[in-house]
Each structure stands twice: as C-alpha cells, then as structure tokens.
Design a protein around this ligand. Structure first.
Ligand SMILES: [Zn+2]
Ligand SMILES: [Zn+2]
Length: 140
C-alpha cells in the first residue's frame, strides 16, 4: 500500500472513503474535494486515481452511455485488481465478487480459449435482487 503524504492526497482519499460504494467520475472527485474548501488540481486528482487504481482500491469502469470513466472506492472487498465485478443495469450498483464464484469459468476460459481474465476492469452486467423485486411489484 502506498503512503499518501501530501495534503491534497489525504483530502482525496478522505473524500473517496466518505463516498465508498458510490459511482464517481474524476470531476465528481475534483468538485467534491474542492467543495470543502481544499485545493486539489485536476492533475493531482488523476495522479491519486492512478495510484489507488494500481493499489486495487479503486474500480475503474465505463457506464454504457458515458464517455468518462467511473470510479468506485473499495477497501472492504480486497483488491479490485484481483476479483470480478458485476453491475446492476437498472440501479448501477456494483458487486465485488469472490474469486471462487468465477474460478471454474476463469479456468475454462484459459484452457479452451487461452485467455486470462483481466480482473481490473471486469464488470458483468446483470440485474440485482432489489430491482427484480421492484419490477415484480410494478414499481418504477
Ligand atoms: Zn472490487
Ligand atoms: Zn439494481
């Protein structure tokens, strides 16, 4: 784990921790950090995004209809570089999945197709229980 020494870096990490599990773009992070009166320029924000991404603390992915990358901070589920993710296509919620869930599939992909999953950006689309429940009840 890298050490975050600069002030701006500390604020960025704090902001991300306070918003863990939320979908954020780089400009959300920039605005969020600076809204509380601290100063972090965009290049600092990107530098820390890269750092945290490399540490597996940030999941980086693209929403279907967005040009900008989305990020989600995670320190509860282990490294986002080493497990697979699923996302609800209705509400956008991200699920950090245990590796054994896809272990067989990962093995077969390697054996049959010679491809290793790049876990860092895996986001498998699906629909979560909550949204299924809502649909059943006809709530929109
Ligand atoms: Zn993850
Ligand atoms: Zn959902």
């Amino acid at each position: 784990m890298a050490v975050y020494t600069t002030d701006a870096g500390t604020r960025i990490v704090e902001f991300l921790k306070n918003n863990a599990g939320k979908r954020l773009t780089a400009s959300d992070i920039f605005n969020g950090v600076n809204a509380s009166g601290h100063e972090a320029d965009m290049s600092t924000v990107y530098r820390y995004i890269d750092k945290l991404y490399n540490d597996g603390r940030l999941l980086k992915y693209k929403e279907a209809n967005s040009k900008a990358y989305s990020y989600q901070y995670n320190e509860t589920y282990g490294s986002c570089r080493e497990h697979t993710h699923a996302q609800c296509s209705e509400c956008g919620k991200i699920f950090h999945m245990q590796n054994e869930v896809l272990a067989d599939a990962a093995k077969k992909m390697q054996e049959q197709y010679g491809i290793n999953i790049d876990y860092r950006r895996t986001v498998i689309p699906g629909i979560c229980n909550e949204c299924k429940e809502k649909k059943k009840r006809g709530i929109r």
